[in-house]
Design a protein around this ligand. Structure first.
Ligand code: ADP
Ligand code: MG
Length: 490
């Protein structure tokens, strides 16, 4: 571990000299400043674990300096130094956010005790943040995304960094999975640093452009580095930052491992269930085909026999058989996703025809449909039979969500270069957290006659096309589902 850093600011050089000696004898790395100006410059360049400011300085006093310092380092403990007999000032300093005060001339035990406490208090504050984050992460039964988000967020909070990001190795490529903090701009430099950290297999500091510092720690999952937890700060980090980051990354690795195992278990069980369903469905296909023939024959006979009541019943039987056949078809298709038969497709045309079909399938009581289809879209390479299922299902879901009426908006547009985006938005009731988390599970449905197959099929088809589905939903406001698809086959 690196030594803790102290910053001492006083306009009296003798005091500086005394404090330097005393603090260094306590094992601290001491920086000195004789003025507000100089102190601000040092504070902008690096973090400190503790600061000692003289109260009476010209033209700006120690309390103002503390305010400036806290604006940049909100959790840095500050000790305000006052002359003997000005206890009121000392109390006021603490009220304004000083950790404690020191009276001049210094009593060695008091100095040692208060500085020591300031240092351990800082550690304690960070540990608290860490513990809370750890608890939350482990307690959340959430998905991998949510766990990684929590880790990034907690890292930013505990290290006071500008930005934290989690990178995972996927097929040799480093993919940013989550980021938090206010730092903006490209993640490329951070990704490069992450690569270095992973190669080194240990926490490290990397300097970037414009004096930016990047710290990173590899995420070890099952013997190898699965990625890295990175933070970016404009100032040189303090003693504990690296140590803290290493702690976080080991925590993150555990969470990651759990999430992966859970996902594997879940998908294994689902796959088994899916195979069984597919087999049952397959067995049903032939008898259903037979039933359909008989029912049609019956309907025809009863029509001819001028038995309208009987013919009506036969028609109902026919409709039910159609419904079952559809179900069976969906289930068997999910069992083994077919190879794509891609062709250049006019996306807007496909969308319009799906819209017509979806509208016909549901009783759209008082639903307004808005179409915003970008006419300048290029032809997209996709399997239109498969994609039709996706769009149909998204549209039908949206219609079904708006039983009491509302607005459905269907959009298409060019997203990032080389990508098109189709969005289906409704003003329905939205989804609860629970529904949102399970909507892609096979057979999950909240509808009386739902199959719970639409969304998992939609996702698997979109992903087969090299695209992705994104869901935004707000309870009481509505739902937007976006399908992002590459224009060309990847
Ligand atoms: P199904 O439509 O047969 O229920 P899906 O897989 O298509 O199955 O959808 C799963 C569940 O996701 C639905 O039952 C519903 O709870 C939820 N859902 C999907 N789309 C929407 C939407 N637009 N608004 C509200 N809930 C939705
Ligand atoms: Mg559906």
């Amino acid at each position: 571990m690196r030594t803790a850093r102290a910053l001492v600011v006083d306009d009296d050089p003798d005091i500086l000299a005394v404090l330097q000696m005393r603090l260094e004898s306590m094992g601290l790395d001491v920086s000195l400043a004789g003025s507000h100006h100089e102190a601000v410059r040092l504070l902008a360049a690096r973090g400190f674990d503790v600061a000692l400011f003289d109260l009476r300085m010209e033209p700006v006093n120690g309390l103002k300096l503390m305010e400036d310092a806290h604006a940049q380092h909100p959790r840095m403990p500050v000790l305000i130094m006052t002359a003997h007999g000005t206890i009121d000032n000392a109390v006021e300093a603490v009220r304004q956010g000083a950790f404690d005060y020191l009276t001049k001339p210094f009593v060695p035990e008091e100095l040692r005790g208060k500085v020591g406490r300031a240092l351990s208090e800082r550690r304690w504050a960070r540990d608290r943040t860490l513990l809370r984050a750890v608890g939350e992460t482990l307690g959340s039964s959430g998905t991998m995304d949510r766990i990684l988000d929590t880790i990034a967020q907690a890292t930013v909070e505990a290290t006071e960094a500008e930005r934290a990001a989690v990178f995972l190795l996927e097929g040799g490529r480093l993919v940013p999975m989550a980021s938090a903090g206010l730092g903006g701009g490209s993640l490329d430099e951070l990704a490069e640093a992450a690569r270095a950290v992973i190669d080194k297999k240990m926490p490290a500091m990397v300097s970037g452009q414009e004096g930016r510092m990047m710290l990173g720690a590899p995420l070890f999952v099952g013997g190898g580095a699965a990625g890295a937890l990175m933070v970016e700060t404009p100032i040189e980090p303090t003693a504990e930052d690296l140590e803290l980051l290493a702690l976080f990354s080991s925590q993150a690795a555990v969470a990651l491992k759990n999430a992966r195992e859970l996902e594997r278990l879940r998908s294994g069980a689902l796959a088994a269930l899916g195979r069984m369903a597919a087999q049952v469905a397959h067995e049903l296909r032939n008898p259903l085909g037979g039933l359909k023939l008989f029912a049609e024959y019956l309907e025809h006979r009863l029509d001819q026999a001028a038995d309208p009541e009987g013919a009506d019943v036969a028609r109902k039987i026919n409709r039910e058989i159609d419904h079952m056949t559809e179900l069976v078809r969906e289930i068997t298709q999910f069992g083994r996703p077919s190879a794509l038969r891609r062709g250049l497709t006019t996306l807007n045309g496909l969308l319009e025809s799906c819209l017509v079909l979806a509208q016909a399938r549901v009783k759209d009581a008082g639903i307004m449909v808005v179409q915003e289809l970008d006419p300048s879209l290029p032809p997209v390479s996709l399997d239109h039979r498969e994609m039709r299922k996706v769009f149909l299902n998204l549209l039908v879901n949206a219609f079904e969500a708006m039983q009491g009426g509302g607005t459905l908006t269907l959009r298409s547009r060019l997203a990032e270069p080389g990508w098109v985006e189709v969005s289906v938005e409704d003003t329905g009731p939205g989804m609860s957290e629970e529904t949102r988390a399970r909507m892609f599970d096979l057979f999950f449905t909240t509808k009386e006659t739902g199959t719970g197959l639409g969304m998992p099929i939609a996702r698997s088809v979109v992903e087969q096309h090299g695209g992705r589905l994104e869901v935004r939903s707000q309870v009481g406001r509505g739902t937007q589902i976006r399908a992002l698809l590459p224009v060309e086959a990847p």
